[in-house]
Ligand binder design. Structure first.
Ligand code: TYC
Length: 104
C-alpha cells in the first residue's frame, strides 16, 4: 500500500463493493413442423446457433421426435436476434419453421 492508496480507493470506490450481476439468460427453443426440411433445420443450427454438423443433426432429430428442443441459451437481446434471423431465413425459403424464447 502506498501512502495515498486508501484515499484513492475511497474516491473511486473499492473493487469489492461493485455488484457484479450475471444478466438473465433465455433459452431459444426450436419447434417441429411437418414442412420444413431436415436439411434446412440443420443448416440453421450450424449457421445461426454455431453448432457442429454432428450437434446440429442431433438437435434437429431431437426436435423432430419430441416436438420441441433447445438450441442454446443467450442474453435476451442475443436470443431475440437469433429468433428473428431464423424466422427471416425460414420465410425467405418458404418454410414455416418457428422458434421461441423461454426464460431459464
Ligand atoms: N419434421 C420435419 C420433417 O420431417 C423436420 C423438422 C425438424 C422440422 C425440426 C422442424 O424444428 C424442426 N421434414
Amino acid at each position: 500500500m502506498g501512502q495515498y492508496d486508501s484515499e484513492i480507493e475511497e474516491s473511486v470506490g473499492s473493487q469489492t463493493d461493485i455488484d457484479v450481476e450475471e444478466p438473465p439468460m433465455y433459452k431459444v427453443m426450436l419447434l417441429n413442423d411437418d414442412y420444413t426440411t431436415m436439411e434446412f433445420v440443420v443448416e440453421i443450427l450450424m449457421l445461426v446457433f454455431k453448432k457442429s454438423p454432428e450437434d446440429a443433426v442431433r438437435i434437429m432429430l431431437n426436435v423432430h421426435h419430441k416436438g420441441i428442443g433447445i438450441c442454446g441459451v443467450y442474453t435476451f437481446e442475443v436470443s431475440e436476434t437469433k429468433v428473428n434471423t431464423v424466422h427471416t431465413l425460414a420465410r425467405q425459403y418458404g418454410f414455416p419453421l418457428k422458434c421461441t424464447i423461454e426464460k431459464e
